[in-house]
Design a protein around this ligand. Structure first.
Ligand code: 3PY
Ligand code: MG
Length: 271
């Protein structure tokens, strides 16, 4: 059975979605976070050691980990929506990520409407796109058990998420947002800062200004807006600022923060 995309359903209902990055290529990390009842995860293949077998294992774990997660709050059964951030706007890689079962594709570093069109076409079967078709052989169809339903429904369920990470991308947001099939615009504050010549590890008024101008353009476009927490804002403050999706850290950053907090508390008491 092909389920409805949980994030698309929440967007349609005007609800905000909270997610996490999965960077460590660990199915156990996926299982842990699914149990918390998140709305989405982004399995990262732009950075980190992720591979497609690892993504498959994580998506299996998301389903099994979601058993017992609270879903009496209107959330789709089956756990968080599983998105894969691909390494680049690469049609063959997008095809393989979707075939593995991704419910959404995040494409980094998109700068023009033409590039956004390439991404959208890679996410859709003909005639709307150029996604190669092997419905009887892929994990996404249950290895063929659900071929017909998948073919009929998946173009409408997959989320295409476009990252804006350069000033050229920001300038082109109005045109990028017009591309039919772009579902979400995801501002990448770190790359936007770095590609504009500022140090992304040091908060600055310049970085803040860049992010705010990207936010203004996305809001004006009417597209759903996403990002990681930035400019010192918590996820709740990000939602207040108008975000529809927030990816609030990663499996790795949560481990780092937990380990640090434990050690800081220990040092304070015991040196
Ligand atoms: C960035 O900040 O550059 C990202 O890609 C993720 O937020
Ligand atoms: Mg980035």
């Amino acid at each position: 059975m092909i389920r409805s995309n949980p994030v698309k359903a929440r967007l349609a209902a005007g609800r905000k979605s909270l997610g996490l990055w999965l960077v460590a290529n660990s199915s156990m990390n996926a299982e842990i976070v699914a149990r918390a009842g998140l709305d989405f995860v982004i399995i990262d293949h732009e950075h980190g050691p992720g591979d497609l077998m690892g993504a498959a294992a994580q998506m299996q774990a998301l389903r099994s980990g979601s058993i017992g997660a609270a879903n009496d709050d209107g959330r789709e059964p089956g756990g968080p929506a599983a998105f894969i951030r691909v390494p680049w706007n690469d049609t063959p890689y997008i095809k393989r990520a979707l075939d593995t079962g991704a419910e959404g594709i995040m494409v980094p570093y998109v700068e023009t409407a033409a590039e956004a069109e390439v991404a959208v076409r890679a996410c859709k079967y003909p005639p709307a796109g150029n996604r190669g078709c092997a419905v009887s052989a892929i994990r996404a169809t249950g290895f063929g058990h659900d071929s017909a339903e998948y073919w009929n429904r998946i173009d409408g369920e997959v989320c295409t998420i476009i990252q804006i990470e350069t000033q050229k991308g920001v300038a082109n947001i109005p045109e990028i947002a017009q591309v039919d099939g772009v579902d979400i615009l995801f501002i990448g504050p770190t790359d936007l800062t770095a590609t504009s010549g500022y140090n992304p590890t040091v908060p600055s008024a310049e970085a803040r200004g860049l992010i705010e101008s990207a936010e203004a353009a996305v809001k004006a476009s009417g597209k759903p807006m996403a990002a990681v927490p930035n400019s010192g804002h918590s996820p709740a403050q990000m939602f207040d600022r108008g975000y529809d999706l927030v990816a609030a850290g990663s499996d790795l950053s949560l481990i780092r923060a937990g380990a640090r907090a434990a050690m800081d508390a220990h040092r304070e008491l015991w040196g």
